[in-house]
Design a protein around this ligand. Structure first.
Ligand SMILES: *[C@@H]1O[C@H](CO)[C@@H](O)[C@H](O)[C@H]1NC(C)=O
Length: 522
């Protein structure tokens, strides 16, 4: 009797758990390691919570999570965008980085290539494919927002960086550029007069581009790529405008400990750090030995996964080795090639378990390019940094870290080694940097729930409430001239004009009648 009862109970439990399983489509096709890590992090949390996840990716995992289906759309994308940013070109200022127009155009191509990939087309055109929710990475265009027309389900944008105007305008309204950082800006608030003007100009010109140039193009892409599939399924095609404004939520890879206390609408949920697993993976034996025995601490040096250190000019490599060799600390350098004539305290790793290294108590300093994942991991593990920003959001990430007081910035020039030497000395001899990063790390960890649990909660919340319409900002339903009360200004102006006109008429009348009286008198 008893075993049978438990058996029934187990089946009941299993089915009741299964009932809550949702089908979720994640689109994360940016061809970059850090983007893929964020996409895989979502898959990990959502499948663990029992959901069935399909991820559209250009960098498939060797071992996808159980319950996850990977769709590789990378063939063309990988060729289209060369993942490596060339260090030498940047040092010679050959690359004109961070241009909104360029970003819009390039990222739009990636979205189109993703949707047109045969593997993706198979899913879009198969009427048996059903989803309860779509999560897509926002990357400077909004084409994916058209997909709910096909699957008739809620839609979530995932934003990889700090909240900025391009993303906030989708779910609320434009933030004030006087104190909110633009996504491609190198400034960090409080702005000077010129910076404030610059930020305003960038927002206005960007909005112009969006409205007059990119929106019409996106509309056309929607009509060409998505609308025919909707028609084929026998559904009516909603306007793209309507869909773009019908976003349920933005999940942001941001947190107030890393960025600033930006005012956020209810439909923005900051979940930075969810990609970091609760249990840190143990270090490989040899590395553990090196770190354990580093009496004076370990300096970890990595320029990220996009930038290949082997592209560094030879004279810089030599001078870096010389500077590192003079340190009493142990240096772990993530580098793709083996360097001959290395000082004894410098170790080269082709592949580095970054989180496990940062988590080691002997890790005293992290020299980083300041990408968005490294910035999060720095705060998570509480290690001060020296930032050598190279492109994109790295500049604002590092500037912010310097302002927060746990970082120094060093420019990537031919004297980078000497500058590093000074910065290393400053940071390691002054305890204030470490103290500050530990404070921020405390703020980062002091949340009611972990970011991974929050991610799962909000995703389920959106599905359970049929799109979380209650979180939607009322600002979305008010046109810009009403927000600025321009209609009131117009009314006041008209009333005033009528009054003046009336007054003038009256005076004229009076004068002429006065004339009449005088004439009569004569
Ligand atoms: C907008 O989103 C909600 C919730 O996902 C959905 O019920 C509704 O049909 C959507 N509207 C349009 C026009 O697609």
């Amino acid at each position: 009797m008893a075993p049978k009862f438990y058996c029934y109970l187990a089946i009941l439990l299993a089915t009741s758990l299964y009932c809550d399983a949702y089908k979720i489509l994640i689109i994360s096709s940016m061809p970059g390691r850090s983007h893929a890590i964020l996409g895989d992090g979502m898959v990990r949390h959502l499948t663990k919570a029992g959901h069935e996840v399909t991820i559209i990716t250009s960098m498939p995992e060797d071992k996808p999570a159980p319950n996850a289906r990977e769709i590789d759309v990378g063939e063309e994308i990988r060729n289209f965008l060369n993942d490596d940013v060339n260090i030498q070109k940047i040092m010679e200022k050959d690359i004109d980085d961070m241009n909104l127009y360029l970003l819009f155009t390039m990222m739009k191509e990636i979205s189109i290539k993703t949707l047109e990939n045969p593997n993706m087309q198979k899913i879009l055109n198969d009427p048996k494919e059903k989803f309860d929710l779509i999560i897509a990475e926002w990357m400077f265009n909004e084409l994916y927002a058209g997909l709910p027309a096909i699957f008739e389900c809620p839609f979530i944008w995932f934003s990889t960086v700090e909240p900025h105007w391009l993303i906030l305008r989708i779910i609320d309204e434009l933030p004030n550029p006087a104190y909110n950082l633009n996504v491609v800006s190198y400034n960090s608030p409080p702005f000077t007069f010129m910076q404030r003007v610059q930020e305003l100009f960038c927002q206005i010109s960007g909005e112009f581009y969006q409205y007059f140039v990119f929106s019409p193009i996106e509309n056309k892409d929607y009509e060409q790529i998505i609308a025919p599939i909707v028609r084929k399924r026998g559904k009516s095609v909603p306007s793209f405008e309507e869909l773009k404004n019908n976003i349920s939520l933005v999940l942001g890879n941001s947190h107030v400990s890393i960025g600033q206390a930006t005012r956020l609408p209810q439909s923005y949920k900051p979940i930075a750090g969810y990609h970091i697993e609760k249990e840190v993976k143990p270090l490989p034996q040899n590395l553990k030995k090196i770190m354990d025995s580093a009496k004076n601490g370990v300096i970890y040096f990595s320029l990220g996964s996009n930038l290949k250190s082997k592209e560094l000019p030879i004279e810089i490599k030599r001078s870096l080795l010389k500077v590192f060799g003079e340190l009493k600390q142990t240096v772990i350098w993530k580098f793709e090639e083996n360097l001959p004539d290395r000082p004894k305290n410098v170790h080269i790793l082709q592949w580095a378990p970054q989180q496990s290294i940062l988590a080691h108590p002997n890790c005293v300093l992290f020299i980083t390019h300041g990408g968005f994942l490294s910035s999060t991991e720095t705060i998570h593990f509480g290690v001060p940094i020296i930032g050598i920003p190279v492109y994109g959001d790295q500049f604002s990430n590092i500037n912010r870290a310097v302002k927060k007081g746990y970082a120094k910035k060093v420019d990537l020039t031919y004297s980078v080694a000497d500058d590093l030497k000074v910065a290393i000395n400053d940071i390691l001899s002054d305890p204030k940097y470490k103290k500050r990063v530990k404070e921020l790390s405390f703020i980062y960890h002091d949340r009611p729930v972990s970011p991974g649990d929050e991610l799962v909660h909000w995703v389920e919340h959106v599905i359970r409430t049929g799109g979380a319409l209650h979180l939607r900002s009322p600002a979305l339903d008010v046109t810009w001239y009403k927000k600025m009360y321009l209609d009131l200004v117009a009314v006041i102006f008209i009333v005033f004009a009528i009054f003046i006109l009336f007054y003038k008429l009256l005076i004229k009348k009076c004068l002429s009648s006065k004339c009449d009286i005088e004439k009569k008198r004569k």
